[in-house]
Design a protein around this ligand. Structure first.
Ligand code: SAM
Length: 221
């Protein structure tokens, strides 16, 4: 069974998509998608030997070697032309690493990205490279919240608010998203108090209070 986070990623995959899961580790995601008959072909890419072995063991154990190709490669280099991949999934990494991996490879029409951090950097990358966000989701697991972003080739013009909070999340305003940003307000208020006590770093004080205002404005509180 997939974790809540990976289940939300799996949920964004279209029926019969041909996916490449980059940084697949145990290859749980493509295995689950094939076993649930959502897809019939996947590439599981890994750049590190240990996780690559994990993926290979899982695919052999599940007898899926004809459907899932496990490859040891850096980023999108795991994908061959004849794979006819249409969907690239990159989950469980920092947003900057995700952007770097996308930067260094060919372009694919459909992306499903789950950055652990720096979601805004991912949205900025997508906008700058002719992708359009078509769907977003957010899930809570343990102490963390995770955002999942699906993008297609296309144009978008996001403003600062949309880049930071997610255009689709801003529209749908799910409870977990609201909680995430309320938590961020509390965290920033603590920082602000500390800065004010120290009576220095006027610039950071201003910056932090502006950020708090921006979030409060978006949440409508
Ligand atoms: N995608 C899985 C998930 O979401 O549960 C595994 C996430 S795991 C934390 C990140 C994986 O990405 C690691 O196994 C790491 O080896 C792999 N990775 C990091 N950089 C990579 C790159 N440039 N190309 C391929 N895999 C990479």
């Amino acid at each position: 069974k997939l974790s809540k986070r990976l289940a939300a990623v799996a949920n964004m995959v279209d029926q019969n998509a041909r996916i490449a899961d980059i940084g697949s580790d145990h290859a749980y995601l493509p295995t689950n998608l094939v076993l649930n008959k959502k897809i019939t072909f996947a590439v599981a890419g890994e750049v590190v030997e240990g996780p690559f072995q994990n993926a290979q063991h899982e695919i052999v154990n599940q007898q899926l070697t004809d459907r899932i190709k496990v490859r040891l490669a850096d980023g999108l280099a795991a994908i061959k032309k004849e794979d006819n991949v249409d969907t690239v999934v990159i989950a469980g990494m920092g947003g900057l690493l995700i952007s770097k991996i996308l930067d260094e490879g060919n372009r694919f029409p459909n992306l499903i990205l789950q950055p652990n951090t720096d979601e805004m950097a991912v949205r900025i990358w997508l906008q700058a490279h002719n992708y359009k966000i078509i769907k977003e989701d957010i899930v809570a697991e343990g102490q963390h919240t995770y955002e999942i972003i699906q993008a297609h080739t296309g144009k978008m013009m996001l403003n600062r608010q949309q880049l930071k909070f997610g255009p689709d999340l801003l529209k749908k305003r799910p409870e977990i998203w609201r909680q995430k940003w309320q938590h961020e307000i509390m965290r920033k208020k603590k920082v602000l108090k500390f800065l004010q006590k120290a009576k220095k770093q006027q610039e950071r004080i201003l910056e932090t209070s502006q950020e708090i205002n921006l979030i409060e404005e978006v949440l409508g509180c």
